[in-house]
Design a binder for this molecule. Sequence first.
Ligand code: NAD
Ligand code: GLY
Length: 364
Amino acid sequence: MSAPAQPPVRITLGQRSYDILIGSGLLDDPSAWQGLPASADALIVSNTTVAPRYAQRLANQLERQHGRVLQLALPDGEQYKDWVHLNRVFDCLLGAACDRKTVLYALGGGVVGDMTGFAAACYMRGVPYVQVPTTLLAQVDSSVGGKTAVNHPLGKNMVGAFYQPLRVVCDLDLLSSLPPRELAAGLAEVIKYGPIADPALLAWLESHIDRLLARDPQALAHAVRRSCEIKAEVVGQDEREGGLRAILNFGHTFGHAIEAGLGFGAWLHGEAVACGMVIAAELSVRLGLAEPGLVPRLRNLLLRAGLPVQAPAWPLDKWLQLMQTDKKAEAGAIRYVLIDGLGRAVLRAAPEAEVGAAIRAHSA
Ligand code: NAD
Ligand code: GLY
């Protein structure tokens, strides 16, 4: 049974406000695309995995409102999220003489979404774009909130812009072709919202994780919707991460260190975040902020979702060095997102000894 149609989730950012549509069948539903600019040109940016499945169906809809619908399939993988491949978007746009009213459509996971958003921010100093996320991670996190970027050899997502889309269209049916490992990685980002913002979501996930893994449409619809609502609330208050928005990075400081230390791509981003959340929860307990029960609770849920909870056993120096490049670091001091009572998160520095103990408790 497909999930019933639901009202959109609104991101409230003044003139840059927009809707997140969530539902089944949206890719082929003309109403999901109505109201977007009817300019001469559109470019669907996707990748070589997603485009053959879904790009023509999107093009069929967009041909109603654009004279030309161009398509570009980038190679698939985090290793192509760089300047060289970003330039292929500009090559395509300039080669086809696309003007500044051209609308870009990001059809793919977080890699395509981040690259297309950044291309839109830069092309002719800014053209509109729409996010059409096709992974769970992208539907619950990366397509929402306007963070766009490419990687640099010296750091992940280090070159980018805050640039909001015109709309986000989350068609839950597209998740049916997602590999199980990618589904689990997306669940890590859903689980993240529980400890930082919503104890009820955490409890709901504990009782619905099997249905989510079985891709039950109604369970997926609830998980995507609640995640987007929480992210919309946070981004609406702190679009450019002056403070509050950093809570969305719970588990990411340790997670990014795992990704960088093992080499990007060895673990999926969501897998590294899962393990990072266990360490961050442990640190929160050690600093007297969270109840000890949080760690086994979170660990069990992540394990049930098929996610890793044990980090590589590296010396503390290596961890600290890897975490130093985190964007939340200030004047060289690493800052961690910590749980300050279930459903509330704070950003703060922590003594190295406690950080080391938290890592050791969850590494092997
Ligand atoms: P991804 O974009 O690499 O997609 C994962 C894999 O799934 C790819 O091989 C992709 O081709 C494939 N795929 C996508 N949709 C599919 C579908 N429907 N069916 C079958 N296969 C499909 O990875 P991701 O996990 O979606 O995103 C990770 C990226 O997102 C990272 O680069 C990360 O930095 C970024 N990110 C950004 C934000 C943000 O706020 N902008 C937040 C979180 C993560
Ligand atoms: N994924 C974290 C953020 O959007 O801020």
